[in-house]
Write a protein that binds this ligand. Structure first.
Ligand SMILES: Cc1cc2nc3c(=O)[nH]c(=O)nc-3n(C[C@H](O)[C@H](O)[C@H](O)COP(=O)(O)OP(=O)(O)OC[C@H]3O[C@@H](n4cnc5c(N)ncnc54)[C@H](O)[C@@H]3O)c2cc1C
Length: 428
């Protein structure tokens, strides 16, 4: 359908777990593939590598990936294992990437700046065939600033959202003072009990957020309190219930249940002060720039706390600058692609485990042959699970191949799809 002599059939933006699995699936279907990443494969996993995944290994890999690696002699972790991000990357993601790197056009260390249609502006050729016929034009930049344009008939954006954290301030916009201090605020997970211990030991840290990232941080801080009792934490949440994080009843994911339970127990600890129902109103540097004065709007009025560190664990947003010039319909609430976002909103579930892919049709954008998969497809919704991403890949290739029943994750694989050992030419 979209063969091109000058570019691969499909360009995948992002070599995270979903981008790589999509590349593997595409090769099985006989497509030629390009994979682009701003850094290295599994870069985001590596950034939060000290955190234990709350889903077991069985949920974090595909039958295609595991069959390939086993056939190459890799010993995979047991299905029931709860790995850290780094362990998962080393045991599964990197070996998969290594194999792919010799079979696809492999562009690591290239940031995707923007994607457009060659010769067409955003508002042009609306719903007309010329739009689908014009190749995508993708601007890349390496770390030295060198720019490069590549083309592709199909683009899969699997760049995640971890690179694009939300602001800390009330209402999701920067609190006054926040932008000036943003290089000193931690917007990502920090290895508090490990490599970064010195920054937090004996210090007071403000943790903002009521998700699993905030829970992970507060539990790590409480561990430091056992070593150094002067360590303090102020935990600011927007929730106002009995506990900061509402546990999921009979949670089948033991690791998620454990972190929720431990975080909620932390608020009983003398070193932890929980401020429920609060938002950061403003902040400024204090004590010659060594500390922060943070003004917090609480249910009881304004309050100011002085802290040494701020952990802003308030979620991530998709970077829509990549597809700003394309015809992508974004959800006004989640910033995810509209069709999928609508399906997720109508689902209304609070437990990500109950989610599944919303079907091939929800992956379509007004922009033909541009697809958003993985964490990024959920926009600001934090319920994305790798398992859902694998289902999205299956659904997408049903769309691209026109074979509505195609499912390479299920045995038996149709015989006209190549077996794993023979696919892809070596590019090295
Ligand atoms: C702390 C944490 C714990 C999680 N635990 C679980 C869990 O237990 N189970 C589960 O199923 N899910 C979990 N998730 C959710 C989700 O599965 C992961 O975030 C997963 O890494 C998403 O995979 P992805 O491939 O969609 O995106 P990512 O892993 O985020 O990969 C995106 C890739 O795109 C690259 N990239 C980004 N921007 C650009 C650009 N402009 N140009 C080029 N490349 C770019 C990045 O370098 C990265 O390699 C967790 C998420 C977090 C943050």
């Amino acid at each position: 359908m979209f063969r091109s002599s000058t570019s691969p059939d499909i360009t995948i933006l992002g070599a995270g777990p979903i981008g790589l699995e999509a590349a593997l699936y595409a090769l099985h279907c006989g497509y030629s593939v390009r994979v682009v990443d701003q850094a290295e494969p599994g870069h985001h996993l590596d950034q939060w590598g000290f955190v234990r995944l709350f889903s077991p290994f069985s949920m974090n890999h595909t039958p295609l990936g595991s069959k390939l690696l086993t056939s190459l002699g890799h010993r995979l972790p047991p299905d029931r294992a709860y790995l850290t991000g780094r362990e998962h990357r080393e045991a599964y993601v990197l070996p998969l990437a290594e194999w792919l790197s010799r079979r696809v056009e492999w562009l690591m260390g290239r940031r995707v700046v923007a994607v457009s249609r060659e010769g067409l502006l955003k508002g042009e050729a609306l719903g007309r065939p010329e739009r689908a016929e014009a190749p995508f034009r993708i601007l890349l930049e390496d770390e030295t600033g060198r720019e490069q344009v590549v083309h592709s008939p199909v683009v899969i954006d699997a760049t995640g959202s971890y690179s694009n954290p939300n602001w800390l301030g009330d209402g999701g916009i920067p609190a006054p003072g926040e932008r000036a201090l943003r290089n000193r605020i931690h917007y990502h997970l920090v290895d508090i009990a490990g490599q970064e211990k010195k920054r937090f030991l004996g210090k007071t840290t403000l943790v903002v957020g009521n998700g699993y990232s905030a829970a992970t941080s507060i539990v790590a801080l409480s561990r430091l309190m056992e070593k150094e009792p002067r360590t303090r934490a102020v935990w600011l949440t927007r929730t106002t219930g009995q506990v900061p994080i509402l546990p999921i009843e009979n949670d089948p994911l033991e690791e998620r249940a454990r972190i929720t339970r431990q975080a909620n127990q932390c608020v009983q600890q003398p070193g932890v002060r929980w401020i429920p129902g609060g938002m950061v109103h403003a902040l400024q540097a204090s004590r010659g720039g060594r500390k922060f004065l943070v003004e917090i709007a609480t249910t009881k009025g304004m309050e100011t706390v002085e802290v040494d560190q701020i952990l802003a664990q308030v979620g991530y947003s998709p970077d829509h600058r990549i597809y700003r010039e394309l015809q992508v319909h974004e959800c006004f609430a989640s910033l995810g692609p509209m069709k999928l976002a609508a399906a997720l909103l109508s689902d209304g579930s609070t437990d990500c485990l109950t989610q599944s892919s919303a079907g091939p049709e929800t992956l379509k954008n007004p922009e033909p042959n541009f697809f958003i998969l993985g964490m990024k497809s959920y926009g600001r919704n934090s319920h994305f699970l790798l398992r859902v991403g694998f289902e999205q890949i299956r659904d997408l290739f049903q769309l691209l191949t026109g074979e509505a029943q195609l499912n390479l994750y299920q045995e038996p694989v149709p015989t006209h799809f190549a077996p794993v050992q023979t696919i892809g030419k070596s590019c090295s």
